[in-house]
Write a protein that binds this ligand. Structure first.
Ligand SMILES: Cc1cc2nc3c(=O)[nH]c(=O)nc-3n(C[C@H](O)[C@H](O)[C@H](O)COP(=O)(O)OP(=O)(O)OC[C@H]3O[C@@H](n4cnc5c(N)ncnc54)[C@H](O)[C@@H]3O)c2cc1C
Length: 597
C-alpha cells in the first residue's frame, strides 16, 4: 500500500480529532535553525526550496518536513523487480500536461531540470500498440449491462491517462454499433454525439450557451439538451472519473465542453483542453516522480546521482543522504508538522518555531521563514495563529480521493489476443485499465513484445453519485481509508479475470505483484459552476483568501490555486517564496540550467 500508507496520516488525524497533544510528550528542542522550513515534500514544497535557494544563494539552510516515507507527494514512483529487470509505474501524478499553457515560471523550472518537453516526445512510442492491432475497448459487465462483453471504444474520453482519439481502431464504430449491449437508440445517439457537428442550442450566442452549460450537468446536457437515450448516461456516467473524480451527473456541461466530451463539436465553443492536450506533454515511466527526483537532485546532489533528465529515470536514490547535517538542504521524511507559530507576535517576530512528530516523539526547530506546502485542509490544525477567516477559507478546501493501482503482469498476451491496450469499465471497481504509454528513456526500456512482463495501471475515483461534489469526495475519502489492501487486491483479481479471461488470462498465474496507491487526499478541488456559487457570481475565491501570507509564514501547494496540476504546484511555490523574500527576481528569468549542486 503506497500513497497514504499506514503510519503516514495517524498523527495528522489525531491533531484533527483534538487528541494529539493529550498523549504527546513535551517537544524536544533539536537546537536546529534554518533560513526556511518547508512543510510538505511534494512538488510544491521541493519547488519552493528550489526558488528560495535561487533567490538567497546556495548557502541558504532549508529543512523540508514530509509525513510520508518518500518525497514527491502525489508524484509517486512505483518500482517492480522481475528477474533482473526493474519496471516502473506511476503511483500518482502521470504526466507533464495541463489544460492551460504552463506559465513561464513553471516552464522555466521544467527547462532548468533539463526536461525538453518538445523534443522528449521522441522517447514515446505512440504507435506501438496500434501497430500490434491493440485499440481502446469498453468492458460492459453483466450485472449492469446484461452481459460481460469487450467492445471497441470508438471515442476514448478526453482526460483519460492514455487519451488519444487517434488510437481508436479502424472498425471501432462498426464494432461498437453492432456489439455494445445498450439500447439501439443509445448506440445511434453515441455516434451522433461523437461524430455529427450539431448545434444543440441553436438560438443562443456563444456567451449565452456558455452560461446555460455552466448551470447544468453534463448528464442533463446529454438527455435534456441533446436528447440522448438514458443508456448513453449509463455508459458515460463514470467516464469523467480520471479528470473530475465524480461522475457526469456532477460535472458542469461547460467543463465537459472545454475538455472535448462528446456533443459539443458543432456548438462553436472553445475546447482549450483538447487543443493543449498534446501540445505540451511528456510522460516519464514513473510519471512526474521524475520531476520530484530532479528537484531533489538539484537540492541535494548526492541523494539522486546523475546529470541529466534522462538518467534520472534509472538513478538509484540514496535516502541516507536526504537529511545530513552537513548539507544546506535537508529532507526529513516520516515527519508530520504539528505546530507552526511565530516566536512572539507575528508582526515583530524574527523566528518561526516548527514542531513535528517523528517516531512517536515531538521535536522543534526554528527558522527565519516557513512555507506551508502541505494541504490547505491541514493548515488550520497546525497553524492556529492565522486569522479566523483565513482558517475558515483553508478548512473549506476539499481533496478528490483517487486510487491508482499498478499491477505487474507476467506478460501481455491476453491484451494481444483481445486486441486491447486500454479498457474503460463503466461499472468496474476500477473504471480504467491501461497499458502504460510506451516510453523508453535513458537506460530504461519499456516492455515491447507481448511475452515481456509489464505494469498495468488501474484507476478508480471513490465517490457517491447523487450528492453534491464535495460531499461525494468526503464519502469517497472515508471509503478509501477504510478499504483494506486485501479488498483492493480481490477486486483487481476478479476484474482482470473477467475482463481478460477470454484472452487466456489467469490471475493466479499472471499477476506477479500489486501496488495500490491510495490517495484519500488526491487532486486539489477545482471550483465548479455547478457547486460553487462564486464561479458565476465572481468575487474573491476561497483559495485566494486562504493563501495570504502571515508574518513570516507563506502558503504554497496546489490547493492554494485550486488546480490539480504540477504547474500549479510550482506556480504557488513561486508566489509563496516571493512573499517572504525580497531577492526573488520578477518576472522569472531562470532559464539557465542548474548544474548539480
Ligand atoms: C493520483 C493523482 C494523479 C495526478 N496526475 C496529474 C497529472 O498527470 N498531471 C499533473 O500535472 N498533475 C497531476 N496531479 C496533480 C498534481 O500531482 C498535484 O497538483 C501536485 O503534485 C501537487 O503538489 P503539492 O506539492 O501541492 O501537493 P502534494 O503532492 O500533495 O504534496 C504535499 C505534501 O505535504 C505533505 N503534508 C501534508 N501535511 C503535512 C504535515 N503536517 N507535515 C508534513 N507534511 C505534510 C503531504 O503528505 C504531501 O506529501 C495528480 C494528482 C493525483 C493525486
Amino acid at each position: 500500500m503506497r500513497g497514504s500508507h499506514p503510519g503516514s496520516f495517524d498523527v495528522a488525524h489525531s491533531l484533527r480529532d483534538g487528541t494529539f497533544w493529550e498523549s504527546a510528550g513535551k517537544p524536544e528542542d533539536t537546537g536546529e535553525t534554518y533560513d526556511l522550513v518547508v512543510v510538505g515534500g511534494g512538488i510544491s514544497g521541493l519547488a519552493a526550496a528550489h526558488f528560495y535557494r535561487k533567490a538567497n544563494g546556495g548557502k541558504a539552510r532549508i529543512l523540508i518536513l514530509e509525513n510520508h516515507d518518500d518525497f514527491g507527494g502525489h508524484a509517486k514512483r512505483n518500482e517492480f523487480r522481475v528477474g533482473s529487470r526493474t519496471l516502473l509505474g506511476y503511483g500518482g501524478t502521470y504526466s507533464i500536461e495541463s489544460p492551460e499553457p504552463y506559465s513561464e515560471v513553471a516552464k522555466g523550472v521544467i527547462e532548468e531540470l533539463g526536461i525538453e518537453v518538445s523534443s522528449f516526445s521522441k522517447y514515446l512510442d505512440r504507435n506501438l500498440y496500434g501497430s500490434m492491432g491493440r485499440v481502446p475497448k469498453i468492458f460492459f459487465d453483466k450485472e449492469t449491462f446484461g452481459a460481460d462483453k469487450l467492445v471497441d471504444d470508438p471515442y476514448p474520453f478526453p482526460g483519460g491517462e492514455t487519451f488519444d482519439l487517434a488510437a481508436a481502431g479502424p472498425d471501432a464504430w462498426a464494432h461498437f454499433i453492432a456489439e455494445a449491449p445498450i439500447a439501439e437508440q443509445a448506440r445511434k445517439d453515441v455516434s451522433r454525439l461523437c461524430r455529427e457537428k450539431k448545434d444543440y442550442l441553436p438560438g443562443l450566442n456563444a456567451e449565452q450557451k456558455e452560461d446555460r452549460l455552466a448551470r447544468i450537468s453534463y448528464a442533463r446536457f446529454l438527455t435534456e439538451v441533446a436528447g440522448a437515450h438514458a443508456d448513453v448516461v449509463r455508459l458515460y456516467q463514470n467516464a469523467s472519473f480520471s479528470e473530475f473524480g465524480v461522475g457526469i451527473e456532477a460535472v458542469a456541461a461547460l467543463d465537459a465542453s472545454e475538455i472535448g466530451y462528446p456533443g459539443f463539436g458543432g456548438m462553436g465553443l472553445e475546447t482549450p483542453a483538447l487543443n493543449n492536450e498534446r501540445g505540451y506533454f511528456f510522460h516519464f515511466p514513473d510519471g512526474n516522480a521524475s520531476i520530484a527526483r530532479l528537484l531533489v537532485r538539484n537540492l541535494i546532489p548526492e541523494a539522486v546521482p546523475g546529470n541529466s533528465a534522462t538518467d534520472v529515470v534509472t538513478a538509484k536514490a540514496n535516502y541516507a543522504k536526504l537529511d545530513e547535517s552537513k548539507s544546506p538542504v535537508r529532507i526529513r521524511l516520516n515527519s508530520t508538522a504539528v505546530r507552526v507559530k511565530h516566536v512572539g507576535a507575528a508582526v515583530a517576530a524574527t523566528d518561526v518555531e516548527i514542531a513535528y512528530a517523528r517516531g512517536g516523539k515531538v521535536y522543534t526547530v526554528r527558522a527565519g521563514h516557513c512555507i506551508l506546502a502541505c494541504w490547505n485542509i491541514v493548515i488550520p490544525y497546525i497553524c492556529e495563529e492565522l486569522p479566523a477567516a483565513q482558517r475558515d477559507a483553508l478548512a473549506s478546501a476539499q481533496k478528490v480521493p483517487l486510487l491508482y493501482s499498478n499491477v505487474l503482469l507476467r506478460n501481455s498476451t491476453a491484451f494481444r489476443k483481445l486486441g486491447a491496450n486500454s479498457i474503460y469499465a463503466p461499472s468496474g471497481y476500477h473504471t480504467h485499465v491501461d497499458m502504460d504509454l510506451p516510453v523508453s528513456i535513458g537506460d530504461y526500456h519499456c516492455p515491447r513484445p507481448p511475452e515481456d512482463p509489464l505494469v498495468v495501471h488501474m484507476s478508480k475515483a471513490p465517490c457517491h453519485a447523487g450528492l453534491p461534489a464535495k460531499d461525494q469526495h468526503i464519502a469517497g475519502r472515508m471509503e478509501l481509508y477504510t478499504t483494506t489492501f486485501e479488498t483492493i487486491e480481490r477486486n483487481i483479481r476478479e476484474q482482470l479475470a473477467r475482463t481478460l479471461g477470454p484472452g487466456g488470462f489467469d490471475p493466479a498465474r499472471d499477476i506477479l505483484a500489486i501496488t495500490a496507491n491510495r490517495w484519500p487526499h488526491g487532486y486539489a478541488y477545482e471550483y465548479s459552476s455547478l457547486w460553487d456559487k462564486f464561479v458565476l457570481e465572481g468575487g474573491e475565491t476561497p483559495c485566494e483568501k486562504a493563501r495570504k501570507p502571515y508574518g513570516r509564514i507563506a502558503i504554497a501547494n496546489s490547493d492554494a490555486g485550486a488546480r490539480a496540476y504540477t504547474d500549479e504546484a510550482i506556480n504557488q511555490a513561486w508566489r509563496a517564496v516571493g512573499e517572504i523574500t525580497k531577492n526573488q527576481r520578477t518576472p522569472y528569468v531562470g532559464r539557465e540550467r542548474l548544474s548539480p549542486g
